[in-house]
Design a protein around this ligand. Structure first.
Ligand SMILES: [Mg+2]
Ligand SMILES: [Zn+2]
Length: 189
């Protein structure tokens, strides 16, 4: 069984462009490449889980999103970072699917397909619905990225359980991986 880090896409990995459908607008956020390399080095699979309601709302076609994801994979691959999965929910909020975050459908699906132990896995994103999906899926660490919004978001709990906060993906990686090495060291004693 693998452990994985589930990653929200917009404002977690790449710049948030509302209803992004143009591959030319894909920009990797600062520190993200380094964070993903550290997770990879620590043995985590990298799985993107993104809500793409723009498809369900008719704002852009599924093929536009695939072009965006192709560009995203290409930019990351140029930095030596390869994703094990890029999962998306194409539905609008009213379509009562089981994959739109905060529901855990995308994580459960990826776990079944890729042989992931959710209880050893991590969810990271910039919205409460991201950490709620991770908690609902049974991830052991769930990190909400603040991007400087420290005033309005606090470390705490949602209906499902606890989550942690970090300012950006690189800080989140350090938070998670330092915690891990502490556990590993304890086990070795
Ligand atoms: Mg986001
Ligand atoms: Zn869905």
């Amino acid at each position: 069984m693998h452990k994985a880090v589930f990653l929200d896409r917009d404002d977690t990995l790449i710049e948030d462009v509302p209803y992004l459908s143009n591959p030319a607008c894909v920009r990797i956020l600062p520190g993200v490449v380094e964070a993903l390399r550290e997770f990879r080095k620590a043995g985590f699979l990298l799985v993107v889980v993104t809500n793409q309601s723009g498809i369900g709302r008719g704002m852009y076609a599924e093929e536009n999103m695939h072009a965006v994801h192709g560009k995203m994979r290409e930019l990351f691959a140029a930095e030596g970072v390869v994703f094990d999965g890029v999962c998306y929910c194409p539905h609008a909020p009213g379509q009562s699917c089981v994959c739109r975050k905060p529901l855990p459908g995308m994580l459960l699906d990826a776990a079944a397909k890729l042989g992931i132990d959710l209880s050893a896995s991590v969810m990271i994103g910039d919205k409460p619905s991201d950490v709620e999906a991770g908690i609902a899926a049974g991830c052991c660490r769930n990190v909400l990225l603040l991007h400087g919004r420290g005033e309005s978001f606090h470390e705490g709990s949602t209906s499902g359980g606890g989550f942690e906060v970090a300012d950006d993906l690189l800080s989140a990686a350090r938070l998670v991986l330092e915690g891990q090495s502490a556990i590993d060291l304890k086990k070795m004693k």
